[in-house]
Design a protein around this ligand. Structure first.
Ligand code: PMP
Ligand code: GLU
Length: 399
Protein backbone atom coordinates (compact mmCIF):
# COMPACT_ATOMS: atom_id res chain seq x y z
CA UNK A 1 0.00 0.00 0.00
CA UNK A 2 2.82 2.40 0.77
CA UNK A 3 5.24 4.14 -1.55
CA UNK A 4 8.87 3.05 -1.69
CA UNK A 5 9.93 6.44 -0.38
CA UNK A 6 8.31 5.92 3.00
CA UNK A 7 9.62 2.40 3.46
CA UNK A 8 13.03 3.78 4.39
CA UNK A 9 11.78 7.03 5.95
CA UNK A 10 13.03 7.55 9.50
CA UNK A 11 10.36 9.38 11.53
CA UNK A 12 11.68 12.44 13.40
CA UNK A 13 13.55 11.01 16.38
CA UNK A 14 13.66 14.34 18.21
CA UNK A 15 9.87 14.42 18.19
CA UNK A 16 9.74 10.69 19.02
CA UNK A 17 11.85 11.11 22.18
CA UNK A 18 9.59 13.94 23.31
CA UNK A 19 6.50 11.81 22.70
CA UNK A 20 7.98 8.85 24.56
CA UNK A 21 8.85 10.92 27.64
CA UNK A 22 5.34 12.38 27.62
CA UNK A 23 3.74 8.93 27.35
CA UNK A 24 5.83 7.58 30.24
CA UNK A 25 4.84 10.56 32.38
CA UNK A 26 1.19 9.93 31.55
CA UNK A 27 1.71 6.42 33.00
CA UNK A 28 2.91 8.03 36.22
CA UNK A 29 6.61 7.32 35.56
CA UNK A 30 8.75 10.24 36.63
CA UNK A 31 10.91 10.89 33.55
CA UNK A 32 13.17 13.92 33.22
CA UNK A 33 13.27 14.86 29.56
CA UNK A 34 16.28 16.44 27.92
CA UNK A 35 14.66 15.56 24.61
CA UNK A 36 12.54 18.58 23.86
CA UNK A 37 13.98 20.97 21.32
CA UNK A 38 11.69 23.76 22.45
CA UNK A 39 11.88 26.58 24.96
CA UNK A 40 10.21 25.82 28.29
CA UNK A 41 9.05 29.46 28.53
CA UNK A 42 5.53 30.46 27.60
CA UNK A 43 4.93 32.72 24.60
CA UNK A 44 5.18 36.36 25.77
CA UNK A 45 1.80 37.98 26.62
CA UNK A 46 2.11 40.78 24.06
CA UNK A 47 2.29 38.16 21.32
CA UNK A 48 -0.72 36.23 22.59
CA UNK A 49 -2.65 39.49 22.88
CA UNK A 50 -1.92 40.27 19.22
CA UNK A 51 -3.40 36.90 18.24
CA UNK A 52 -6.54 37.48 20.32
CA UNK A 53 -6.91 40.92 18.84
CA UNK A 54 -6.55 39.50 15.30
CA UNK A 55 -9.29 36.95 15.98
CA UNK A 56 -11.58 39.69 17.32
CA UNK A 57 -10.93 41.75 14.18
CA UNK A 58 -12.04 38.76 12.11
CA UNK A 59 -8.60 37.90 10.71
CA UNK A 60 -9.78 34.33 10.42
CA UNK A 61 -9.76 33.79 6.68
CA UNK A 62 -7.29 32.52 4.11
CA UNK A 63 -4.43 34.93 3.57
CA UNK A 64 -1.95 35.43 0.74
CA UNK A 65 -0.09 32.10 0.31
CA UNK A 66 3.31 33.68 1.00
CA UNK A 67 2.01 35.44 4.11
CA UNK A 68 0.18 38.65 4.96
CA UNK A 69 2.00 41.75 3.64
CA UNK A 70 2.31 43.08 7.21
CA UNK A 71 4.29 39.99 8.23
CA UNK A 72 6.45 39.92 5.14
CA UNK A 73 7.30 43.59 5.79
CA UNK A 74 8.12 42.75 9.42
CA UNK A 75 10.37 39.92 8.19
CA UNK A 76 12.19 42.36 5.86
CA UNK A 77 12.66 44.78 8.77
CA UNK A 78 13.99 41.94 10.94
CA UNK A 79 16.56 40.90 8.33
CA UNK A 80 17.66 44.52 7.99
CA UNK A 81 17.83 45.12 11.75
CA UNK A 82 19.58 41.90 12.79
CA UNK A 83 21.50 40.79 9.71
CA UNK A 84 22.05 43.90 7.58
CA UNK A 85 20.18 42.18 4.73
CA UNK A 86 17.90 44.13 2.38
CA UNK A 87 14.90 42.25 1.03
CA UNK A 88 11.53 43.22 -0.35
CA UNK A 89 8.28 41.47 0.63
CA UNK A 90 8.32 39.68 -2.76
CA UNK A 91 11.55 37.97 -1.66
CA UNK A 92 9.90 36.48 1.45
CA UNK A 93 7.85 33.35 2.15
CA UNK A 94 6.06 32.57 5.42
CA UNK A 95 5.29 28.89 6.08
CA UNK A 96 4.10 26.54 8.84
CA UNK A 97 7.44 26.52 10.65
CA UNK A 98 10.99 26.49 9.34
CA UNK A 99 10.56 22.75 8.80
CA UNK A 100 7.87 23.50 6.23
CA UNK A 101 10.02 26.18 4.59
CA UNK A 102 12.77 23.57 4.22
CA UNK A 103 10.40 21.05 2.70
CA UNK A 104 9.10 23.62 0.19
CA UNK A 105 12.75 24.16 -0.72
CA UNK A 106 13.58 20.50 -1.44
CA UNK A 107 10.44 20.12 -3.55
CA UNK A 108 11.23 23.29 -5.49
CA UNK A 109 14.95 22.61 -6.00
CA UNK A 110 15.87 18.92 -6.05
CA UNK A 111 15.53 16.56 -8.99
CA UNK A 112 16.04 12.85 -8.30
CA UNK A 113 19.75 12.16 -7.85
CA UNK A 114 20.68 15.74 -6.94
CA UNK A 115 23.10 15.86 -4.03
CA UNK A 116 22.76 17.97 -0.90
CA UNK A 117 25.85 18.57 1.24
CA UNK A 118 24.98 18.36 4.92
CA UNK A 119 27.65 19.11 7.53
CA UNK A 120 27.48 16.40 10.17
CA UNK A 121 26.33 16.16 12.96
CA UNK A 122 23.12 17.54 11.48
CA UNK A 123 19.52 18.14 12.44
CA UNK A 124 17.51 14.99 11.72
CA UNK A 125 15.14 16.42 9.11
CA UNK A 126 17.65 17.62 6.50
CA UNK A 127 18.60 14.21 5.06
CA UNK A 128 15.11 12.75 5.38
CA UNK A 129 13.45 15.63 3.55
CA UNK A 130 15.99 15.40 0.73
CA UNK A 131 15.40 11.64 0.44
CA UNK A 132 11.63 12.11 0.34
CA UNK A 133 11.94 13.86 -3.02
CA UNK A 134 14.62 11.54 -4.42
CA UNK A 135 17.57 13.76 -3.47
CA UNK A 136 20.81 12.30 -2.15
CA UNK A 137 22.04 13.64 1.19
CA UNK A 138 25.84 13.68 1.45
CA UNK A 139 27.15 13.94 5.00
CA UNK A 140 30.33 15.96 5.45
CA UNK A 141 31.95 15.53 8.85
CA UNK A 142 32.90 18.36 11.17
CA UNK A 143 35.18 17.64 14.06
CA UNK A 144 34.78 17.85 17.80
CA UNK A 145 38.32 19.23 18.07
CA UNK A 146 37.24 22.49 16.39
CA UNK A 147 34.00 22.66 18.39
CA UNK A 148 32.25 21.24 15.29
CA UNK A 149 33.06 24.31 13.18
CA UNK A 150 32.27 24.08 9.47
CA UNK A 151 35.08 22.44 7.47
CA UNK A 152 35.33 24.17 4.08
CA UNK A 153 38.01 21.81 2.77
CA UNK A 154 35.98 18.71 3.41
CA UNK A 155 32.93 20.40 1.89
CA UNK A 156 34.90 21.35 -1.18
CA UNK A 157 36.16 17.77 -1.58
CA UNK A 158 32.59 16.47 -1.43
CA UNK A 159 31.28 18.60 -4.32
CA UNK A 160 30.44 16.59 -7.46
CA UNK A 161 28.70 17.57 -10.71
CA UNK A 162 25.43 16.50 -9.04
CA UNK A 163 25.81 18.77 -5.98
CA UNK A 164 23.07 21.37 -5.92
CA UNK A 165 22.67 22.55 -2.33
CA UNK A 166 24.71 23.09 0.87
CA UNK A 167 22.71 23.23 4.08
CA UNK A 168 24.24 25.33 6.85
CA UNK A 169 22.87 25.51 10.38
CA UNK A 170 24.47 27.97 12.77
CA UNK A 171 23.99 28.09 15.72
CA UNK A 172 23.86 24.35 15.24
CA UNK A 173 21.43 21.71 16.33
CA UNK A 174 22.67 19.35 17.79
CA UNK A 175 26.26 20.53 18.45
CA UNK A 176 25.70 24.15 19.52
CA UNK A 177 28.51 25.25 17.18
CA UNK A 178 28.47 28.84 15.94
CA UNK A 179 30.31 28.67 12.61
CA UNK A 180 33.32 30.97 12.35
CA UNK A 181 33.24 33.88 9.91
CA UNK A 182 36.39 32.51 8.14
CA UNK A 183 34.73 29.15 7.50
CA UNK A 184 31.57 30.87 6.26
CA UNK A 185 33.60 33.06 3.92
CA UNK A 186 35.37 30.02 2.49
CA UNK A 187 32.07 28.21 1.96
CA UNK A 188 30.60 31.32 0.33
CA UNK A 189 33.50 31.30 -2.17
CA UNK A 190 32.97 27.59 -2.81
CA UNK A 191 29.23 28.08 -3.44
CA UNK A 192 29.87 30.89 -5.91
CA UNK A 193 32.64 28.97 -7.73
CA UNK A 194 30.65 25.74 -7.96
CA UNK A 195 27.26 27.34 -8.58
CA UNK A 196 25.55 25.94 -5.47
CA UNK A 197 22.48 27.09 -3.57
CA UNK A 198 23.21 27.76 0.11
CA UNK A 199 20.37 27.08 2.52
CA UNK A 200 21.20 28.86 5.75
CA UNK A 201 19.03 27.69 8.64
CA UNK A 202 19.40 30.42 11.25
CA UNK A 203 16.61 29.28 13.57
CA UNK A 204 18.79 29.59 16.68
CA UNK A 205 20.24 33.00 15.79
CA UNK A 206 18.83 34.66 18.92
CA UNK A 207 20.51 32.02 21.07
CA UNK A 208 24.11 32.91 20.28
CA UNK A 209 26.11 33.04 23.51
CA UNK A 210 29.67 33.22 22.23
CA UNK A 211 31.00 34.70 19.05
CA UNK A 212 28.70 36.62 16.76
CA UNK A 213 25.99 35.23 14.55
CA UNK A 214 26.84 36.00 10.93
CA UNK A 215 24.39 35.25 8.15
CA UNK A 216 26.38 33.93 5.20
CA UNK A 217 24.07 35.96 2.93
CA UNK A 218 25.51 39.15 4.42
CA UNK A 219 29.03 38.38 3.15
CA UNK A 220 28.51 39.95 -0.27
CA UNK A 221 26.11 40.35 -3.19
CA UNK A 222 27.22 37.20 -5.01
CA UNK A 223 26.57 34.89 -2.08
CA UNK A 224 23.39 36.74 -1.12
CA UNK A 225 22.03 36.04 -4.61
CA UNK A 226 22.39 32.29 -4.07
CA UNK A 227 21.37 31.95 -0.43
CA UNK A 228 18.03 31.08 1.09
CA UNK A 229 18.02 32.45 4.65
CA UNK A 230 15.62 30.62 6.94
CA UNK A 231 14.43 31.60 10.39
CA UNK A 232 11.50 30.94 12.70
CA UNK A 233 9.48 32.41 15.54
CA UNK A 234 9.67 29.03 17.33
CA UNK A 235 12.84 29.48 19.36
CA UNK A 236 13.45 33.21 19.83
CA UNK A 237 9.86 33.88 20.94
CA UNK A 238 8.96 30.51 22.50
CA UNK A 239 6.36 29.95 19.75
CA UNK A 240 6.93 26.33 18.67
CA UNK A 241 3.22 25.51 18.65
CA UNK A 242 2.20 28.49 16.53
CA UNK A 243 4.07 27.15 13.50
CA UNK A 244 5.49 30.26 11.90
CA UNK A 245 8.75 30.02 9.98
CA UNK A 246 9.98 32.26 7.18
CA UNK A 247 12.62 32.62 4.51
CA UNK A 248 14.07 35.21 2.18
CA UNK A 249 16.10 34.56 -0.92
CA UNK A 250 16.31 34.70 -4.69
CA UNK A 251 12.93 35.80 -5.97
CA UNK A 252 12.61 33.00 -8.52
CA UNK A 253 13.16 30.41 -5.76
CA UNK A 254 10.74 32.11 -3.34
CA UNK A 255 8.13 32.18 -6.09
CA UNK A 256 8.60 28.46 -6.83
CA UNK A 257 8.42 27.57 -3.14
CA UNK A 258 5.27 29.68 -2.80
CA UNK A 259 3.71 27.83 -5.75
CA UNK A 260 4.55 24.50 -4.08
CA UNK A 261 3.02 25.69 -0.83
CA UNK A 262 -0.08 26.93 -2.66
CA UNK A 263 -0.83 23.34 -3.65
CA UNK A 264 -0.06 21.82 -0.27
CA UNK A 265 -1.00 23.91 2.77
CA UNK A 266 -1.99 27.34 1.40
CA UNK A 267 -1.06 30.00 3.98
CA UNK A 268 0.24 29.54 7.51
CA UNK A 269 -2.46 30.15 10.16
CA UNK A 270 -3.80 33.70 9.81
CA UNK A 271 -3.99 34.25 13.56
CA UNK A 272 -0.45 32.96 14.12
CA UNK A 273 0.79 35.28 11.38
CA UNK A 274 -0.59 38.29 13.24
CA UNK A 275 1.08 37.04 16.41
CA UNK A 276 4.33 36.80 14.46
CA UNK A 277 4.03 40.43 13.30
CA UNK A 278 4.01 41.44 16.96
CA UNK A 279 6.85 39.00 17.80
CA UNK A 280 9.17 40.40 15.13
CA UNK A 281 8.19 44.07 15.19
CA UNK A 282 7.48 44.62 18.90
CA UNK A 283 9.90 45.01 21.80
CA UNK A 284 12.71 42.43 21.72
CA UNK A 285 13.30 42.61 25.49
CA UNK A 286 12.10 39.10 26.37
CA UNK A 287 14.41 37.59 23.77
CA UNK A 288 17.40 38.89 25.71
CA UNK A 289 15.97 37.68 29.00
CA UNK A 290 15.33 34.16 27.72
CA UNK A 291 18.76 34.03 26.10
CA UNK A 292 20.48 35.06 29.35
CA UNK A 293 18.62 32.29 31.17
CA UNK A 294 19.63 29.66 28.58
CA UNK A 295 23.22 30.87 28.81
CA UNK A 296 23.24 30.32 32.57
CA UNK A 297 21.83 26.83 32.17
CA UNK A 298 24.39 26.09 29.47
CA UNK A 299 27.26 26.46 31.93
CA UNK A 300 25.48 24.42 34.51
CA UNK A 301 24.70 21.44 32.27
CA UNK A 302 28.05 21.38 30.48
CA UNK A 303 29.98 21.50 33.77
CA UNK A 304 27.69 18.83 35.19
CA UNK A 305 28.14 16.55 32.16
CA UNK A 306 31.91 16.91 32.22
CA UNK A 307 31.89 15.87 35.88
CA UNK A 308 30.17 12.56 35.04
CA UNK A 309 32.46 9.53 34.67
CA UNK A 310 32.84 8.53 31.01
CA UNK A 311 31.11 11.64 29.64
CA UNK A 312 32.70 14.69 27.99
CA UNK A 313 31.08 17.69 26.38
CA UNK A 314 32.54 20.59 24.40
CA UNK A 315 31.00 23.89 25.36
CA UNK A 316 28.27 24.81 22.86
CA UNK A 317 28.33 28.44 21.71
CA UNK A 318 24.67 28.68 20.79
CA UNK A 319 21.22 26.99 20.60
CA UNK A 320 20.08 25.08 23.71
CA UNK A 321 21.69 21.69 23.25
CA UNK A 322 24.63 19.96 24.87
CA UNK A 323 26.14 17.29 22.62
CA UNK A 324 27.90 14.93 24.98
CA UNK A 325 30.48 12.36 23.94
CA UNK A 326 29.58 9.09 25.66
CA UNK A 327 31.92 6.78 23.71
CA UNK A 328 34.00 6.13 26.85
CA UNK A 329 30.98 4.20 28.18
CA UNK A 330 31.01 1.81 25.21
CA UNK A 331 32.02 -1.69 26.22
CA UNK A 332 30.73 -1.20 29.77
CA UNK A 333 28.01 -3.54 30.88
CA UNK A 334 24.53 -2.75 32.17
CA UNK A 335 23.87 -5.72 34.40
CA UNK A 336 20.49 -4.71 35.83
CA UNK A 337 18.80 -4.81 32.42
CA UNK A 338 16.36 -7.70 31.88
CA UNK A 339 19.19 -9.41 30.08
CA UNK A 340 22.59 -7.76 30.67
CA UNK A 341 23.55 -5.40 27.83
CA UNK A 342 27.00 -4.30 26.72
CA UNK A 343 26.70 -0.66 25.63
CA UNK A 344 27.79 -0.40 22.01
CA UNK A 345 26.43 2.86 20.68
CA UNK A 346 24.28 5.91 21.36
CA UNK A 347 21.01 3.97 21.06
CA UNK A 348 22.14 1.67 23.89
CA UNK A 349 23.24 4.61 26.03
CA UNK A 350 19.93 6.42 25.50
CA UNK A 351 17.96 3.25 26.31
CA UNK A 352 20.11 2.68 29.41
CA UNK A 353 19.63 6.25 30.66
CA UNK A 354 15.88 6.07 30.13
CA UNK A 355 15.46 2.76 31.92
CA UNK A 356 18.01 3.16 34.69
CA UNK A 357 18.03 6.93 35.32
CA UNK A 358 14.59 7.84 33.99
CA UNK A 359 16.28 10.48 31.87
CA UNK A 360 15.39 10.98 28.19
CA UNK A 361 18.11 12.04 25.74
CA UNK A 362 18.28 11.79 21.94
CA UNK A 363 20.79 9.25 20.54
CA UNK A 364 23.54 10.89 18.47
CA UNK A 365 23.10 8.24 15.77
CA UNK A 366 20.05 10.13 14.55
CA UNK A 367 22.23 13.20 14.01
CA UNK A 368 24.97 11.19 12.29
CA UNK A 369 27.21 10.83 15.39
CA UNK A 370 26.84 7.51 17.19
CA UNK A 371 29.48 8.48 19.77
CA UNK A 372 27.25 11.19 21.27
CA UNK A 373 23.87 11.88 22.85
CA UNK A 374 22.01 15.20 22.74
CA UNK A 375 20.56 16.90 25.80
CA UNK A 376 18.31 19.92 25.46
CA UNK A 377 18.74 22.29 28.38
CA UNK A 378 15.52 24.15 27.64
CA UNK A 379 14.33 22.92 31.00
CA UNK A 380 14.44 24.16 34.60
CA UNK A 381 17.53 24.37 36.81
CA UNK A 382 15.99 21.96 39.27
CA UNK A 383 15.39 19.34 36.56
CA UNK A 384 18.87 19.82 35.11
CA UNK A 385 20.38 19.23 38.57
CA UNK A 386 18.20 16.21 39.31
CA UNK A 387 18.70 14.72 35.82
CA UNK A 388 22.49 14.97 36.08
CA UNK A 389 22.45 13.40 39.54
CA UNK A 390 20.36 10.49 38.26
CA UNK A 391 22.66 10.01 35.28
CA UNK A 392 25.68 9.94 37.57
CA UNK A 393 24.09 7.35 39.85
CA UNK A 394 23.12 5.14 36.89
CA UNK A 395 26.55 5.36 35.24
CA UNK A 396 28.26 4.37 38.49
CA UNK A 397 26.31 1.11 38.38
CA UNK A 398 27.82 0.13 35.01
CA UNK A 399 30.40 -2.64 35.15
N1 PMP B 1 15.80 23.91 11.96
C1 PMP B 1 16.39 23.43 13.07
C2 PMP B 1 17.86 23.35 13.12
C3 PMP B 1 15.61 23.01 14.15
O1 PMP B 1 16.20 22.54 15.25
C4 PMP B 1 14.21 23.07 14.05
C5 PMP B 1 13.40 22.46 15.15
N2 PMP B 1 12.61 23.24 15.80
C6 PMP B 1 13.66 23.61 12.89
C7 PMP B 1 14.47 23.99 11.86
C8 PMP B 1 12.19 23.71 12.68
O2 PMP B 1 11.61 24.66 13.49
P1 PMP B 1 10.10 25.10 13.26
O3 PMP B 1 9.52 24.23 12.22
O4 PMP B 1 9.45 24.96 14.59
O5 PMP B 1 10.17 26.53 12.83
N1 GLU C 1 13.95 20.94 16.28
C1 GLU C 1 13.63 20.49 17.58
C2 GLU C 1 14.56 19.37 17.97
O1 GLU C 1 15.54 19.14 17.29
C3 GLU C 1 12.18 20.14 17.70
C4 GLU C 1 11.75 18.82 17.13
C5 GLU C 1 11.86 18.79 15.64
O2 GLU C 1 11.18 19.59 15.00
O3 GLU C 1 12.66 17.98 15.18
O4 GLU C 1 14.37 18.75 18.97
Amino acid sequence: MLAERVKTLAPSSTLAVQAKAKALRAQGIDVISFGAGEPDFDTPERIKAAAVEAMRRGQTKYTEVAGIPELRRAVCAKFKRDNGLEYEPADVLVACGAKHVLFNMVVAVLDPGDEVLIPSPYWVSYPEQARLVGGVPVEVATSERTGFDLDPERLSAAVTPRTKVIVLNSPNNPTGAVFSAEALRAVARLAVERDLLVVSDECYEALTFEGRHVSIASLGPEIRARTLVINTCSKAYAMTGWRIGYAAGPRELIRAMTDVQSQVTSNASSVAQWAAVEALAGSQDEVGRMTAEFDRRRHRIVNGLNALPGVSCVKPKGAFYAFANVSALFGRSWESAETPVRLRGSLDVAAFLLAEARVAVVPGLDFGADTHVRLSYATSDALIGEGLARMGAAIRKLR
